[in-house]
Design a protein around this ligand. Structure first.
Ligand code: UN1
Length: 492
């Protein structure tokens, strides 16, 4: 199977014929070949998008939204198939695959609803017989750069608000997971989205990503990925005066206070730390625990970790799938070595799994470190794998300080039954998302998604906040006095 670009409503490859393989992380099996595009493909896609957007912007927003309802309906119809493709190329277990597709369906219906809102403001004018309002105007052509860990949901967070707001887009999916983009292109085609509104160009960040950011007709770049790459996107985008929306890494923590419901906390930690094999930007990779319950929590975590079933995510019984590729496996393992060198105590895991059925895939054992100090590298850097560090504290104040003492600020969580502690924590935890008595992952699509510090640059995906990325505020004054009225003139 060859995955071809989707440009101007057609499956077309223009430049040099270059392809690379897509591998199943659970088995190493080759799933498809994907096109490695170049600047020429981007130029042609942008040209088509510019043309298409001029007409698209004139389609009333409620009508644009009807395409999203249709996209949502088709995604729902194909949910089982989409989840299978997702699990095969990304590795997440099938129930998470279906969950992610559902997240995309939810986004379709939610953003379709915005077609009948897209609220602006009316505001009194300071002059008589003058009307003032501000409306959300589409921006034009936008570039979407999405990661492999949520190959469909994150793309819907970006492309659906772009569509409803009247923009055209070029989407560059991650090269590890292009099959989901291909599936989405088929859906865009099937619902009859006008040619050129949705374009998909496969290729690397350095080639296609750079071409998108540098193209003068691409007005917005929305990126989700590592902080390291995000910084490059921001630098290049800055040089070209682009509006750049960034969602980057996390080093999310669960705080467990001495009055917490420990069984509940353990369930939340296991789910957030090891679900998706720890490959979520919202994954829990630190547990900040009150000293009085530390050994009890360790014991309970170990007991539950033993029960985790690891393997090919297509098997409904499996709870933890592989990590994305060999490079990820190496990176994760290097952190295990770092943790040991730093003096943290490895309680369980810390190795690549190579027993018979797992040998061909990229499996890492769920790993738990304890006696971790807040400034150790394993407690500071994003690992993006199934590795958790337990850090001991003596008070809520210390827990919050440790939570905030990293360069990221995506998600955090506190387990406590004390309402005062909980309210103080939600105020003082320096993250874009805070959970109370729940793990760090599982954000819902109708709330803003994003974080502080090294996680983002002030923009948000999801929720109504996403519209701020894909619209420009336009202020309109209508003077119906029939005479010259001069604002900001003071004749006294
Ligand atoms: C991500 O890992 O980049 O909140 C997105 C969650 C999911 C999305 C994660 N709804 O865990």
């Amino acid at each position: 199977m060859k995955l071809t670009n989707f440009i101007n409503g057609k499956w077309q490859d223009i430049g040099e014929e270059k392809y690379t393989s897509v591998l199943n992380p659970a088995t190493g099996e080759k799933l498809a070949e994907v096109r490695m595009s170049s600047k020429i493909d981007v130029d042609i896609a942008v040209e088509a998008a510019v043309k298409a957007q001029k007409k698209w912007t004139l389609v009333p927003a409620p009508k644009r939204a009807e395409y999203l309802y249709e996209i949502g309906r088709l995604m729902k119809e194909k949910k089982g198939h989409l989840a299978q493709v997702l699990t095969k190329e990304m590795g997440k277990v099938i129930e998470e695959g279906r969950g992610e597709v559902q997240e995309g369906i939810d986004m379709a219906y939610y953003m379709a609803g915005e077609g009948r809102r897209l609220f602006g403001d009316t505001t009194p004018s300071e002059l008589a017989d003058k009307f003032a309002m501000s409306v959300r105007a589409p921006i034009g052509v936008v570039g979407l750069i999405t990661p492999w860990n949520f190959p469909v949901a994150i793309a819907t967070w970006k492309s659906f608000p772009a569509i409803v707001a009247g923009n055209a887009f070029i989407w560059k999916p991650a090269m590890e997971t292009p099959m989901m983009a291909f599936e989405m292109a088929k859906i865009f085609e099937e619902v009859g989205l006008p040619a050129g509104v949705a374009n998909i160009v496969f290729g690397t960040g350095s080639e296609v990503g750079t071409a998108l950011i540098e193209h003068p007709d691409v007005k917005v770049i929305s990126f989700t990925g590592s902080t390291e790459t995000g910084r490059k996107v921001a630098e290049l985008g800055g040089r070209h005066l682009k509006k750049v929306s960034l969602e980057m890494g996390g080093k999310n923590a669960v705080i467990v206070m001495d009055d917490a419901d420990l069984s509940l906390a353990v369930e939340g930690i296991i789910w957030s730390a090891f679900g998706t094999a720890g490959q979520r930007c919202t994954a829990c990779s630190r547990v900040i625990v009150h000293k009085d319950i530390k050994s009890k929590l360790e014991e309970m975590l170990l007991e539950q970790m033993e029960k985790l079933t690891i393997g090919n995510g297509l098997d409904e019984m499996v709870k933890i799938g592989p990590v994305i590729n060999k490079a990820a496996l190496e990176k994760i393992h290097s952190y295990t070595l770092v943790g040991q060198q730093e003096g943290a105590k490895l309680l369980v895991g810390g190795k690549v799994l190579q027993n018979e059925d797992l040998a061909l895939g990229n499996y890492y054992a769920p790993t738990l470190f304890t006696d971790v100090l807040p400034n150790m590298r394993i407690a500071q850097e994003e690992i993006f794998g199934p590795v958790v560090s337990l850090i001991e504290v003596s008070s809520l104040e210390e827990a919050i300080e440790v939570n905030n003492g990293v360069k990221y600020g995506l998600s955090s969580s506190i387990y406590s039954k004390d309402v005062n502690k909980v309210f103080r924590a939600q105020r003082d935890l320096d993250t874009g998302i805070v959970y109370v008595n729940a793990g760090t992952s599982g954000a819902e699509i109708h709330l803003p998604f994003g974080g502080t510090k090294g996680t983002g640059n002030g923009h948000r995906d999801s929720g109504v906040a996403a519209l701020d990325v894909y619209t420009e505020w336009k202020s309109i004054y209508v003077d119906f006095s029939g005479k010259l009225q001069r604002a900001q003139i003071d004749t006294e």
